[in-house]
Design a protein around this ligand. Structure first.
Ligand SMILES: Nc1nc2c(c(=O)[nH]1)N[C@H]1C(S)=C(S)[C@@H](COP(=O)(O)O)O[C@H]1N2
Ligand SMILES: [Mo]
Length: 318
């Protein structure tokens, strides 16, 4: 596949985070818009939109040394039900999705509320790269080099009030662009949530890029959550709303099947899904004969996050 992006060695030697260059974003927007009008060209129409580079230093302290999956694996094996339920559907069905212009509405228990453009959101952020493991509830895993910024650095700007106990995220609702939303496979729009202390944890991340480039549509462009110690479904894509709440939000998978998917969704090899074991996982890209690996508590991030749940019965709060 033409889009296999080689690892950018400069990210290892850049001494510190680089402020996002506004021109990078504009370039991304223009690239997408230009493709729309030049769609008559067969080569262009057949290729995904050109994705602008996003330069950022790797945060080695939080990055895994596991080998990252290939760009091709990461962008052709996706769960994104707005674009179909098959793993290879989103790469095809999300091709014409428009992630620019974009804005995010912030409301609920916060002092700073309103509608913010993606540029507003990105302007003060120092982008960094983090290589995180992702463990899907379906018992497969990947290793993904994201570019983005800490979720806490974004949420603090909205000055959540003392009543804000949770934060809820919502994906765009647009059945015209998202054909999967014409089917009732889930209740739309897709909703996810975190407890405030989880959201403020330094590992919680907002991604705008992948492999040193702007996020491709199937990966959740232009803005998606990455919470590496939780099952993949918490990592909500194409976020248009952030709401601070006193009550625990009801997330889409819990609404769909509460006995199978909980609110916390912490990766836990000791608590099986009612229909399959969570004890092991298959690393995507390892080939069919590759050995399954043991799934680790909190997906291997227990040292950093287990204390968030001390005293909680994780069989009950799955
Ligand atoms: N809006 C939205 N976000 C979503 C999903 C979805 O169907 N819709 N699927 C989730 C699931 S089940 C997983 S495993 C991850 C997959 O992220 P990836 O495709 O970037 O690997 O996205 C999550 N975020
Ligand atoms: Mo998943």
């Amino acid at each position: 596949m033409k889009n296999h992006i080689p690892r950018i060695a400069s990210s290892e030697i850049t001494p510190e985070g680089v402020y996002l260059d506004r021109r990078q974003l504009l370039a991304a927007g223009f690239a997408t818009a230009a493709l729309g009008t030049l769609g008559a060209s067969t080569t262009l129409a057949a290729s995904p939109p050109a994705l602008a580079p996003l330069t950022a230093a790797r945060n080695q302290a939080v990055s895994t040394s596991d080998a990252p999956n290939s760009y091709e694996d990461i962008t052709t094996y996706n769960n994104y039900y707005e674009f179909g339920t098959g793993k290879s559907d989103p790469a095809v069905e999300a091709r014409d999705f428009k992630p620019t212009p974009w804005s995010v509405t912030v409301d609920g228990e916060a002092d700073v509320k309103g509608k913010f453009t993606l540029e507003d959101i990105l302007k003060p952020q120092v982008l960094e790269e983090r290589v995180y493991r992702l463990r899907c509830v379906e018992a497969w895993s990947m290793v993904i080099p994201w570019t983005g910024f800490s979720l806490a650095s974004l949420l603090q700007r909205f000055k959540p009030t003392s009543k804000a106990k949770y934060v809820e995220f919502t994906t765009l609702l647009d059945p015209k662009q998202m054909p999967g939303q014409r089917d009732a496979v889930l209740r739309w729009p897709y909703v996810e949530g975190l407890r405030m202390d989880e959201a403020m944890h330094p590992l919680a991340f907002m991604a705008v890029g992948l492999y040193g480039k702007t996020l491709p549509n199937q990966s959740g462009a232009p803005l998606r959550l990455v919470v590496p110690w939780k099952y993949g479904f918490k990592n909500i894509k194409a976020i248009v709303r952030i709401r601070f709440t006193e009550q625990q939000p009801r997330n889409s998978w819990q609404i769909a099947a509460a006995s199978e998917y909980g609110f916390f969704a912490n990766v836990n090899p000791a608590v099986d899904h009612p229909r399959w074991s969570q004890a092991t996982e298959r690393r995507i890209g390892g080939g069919l004969l590759a050995k399954r690996a043991a799934t680790l508590p909190f997906n291997g991030y227990a040292d950093q996050v287990a204390s968030l749940y001390s005293g909680m019965d994780l069989r009950r709060y799955y």
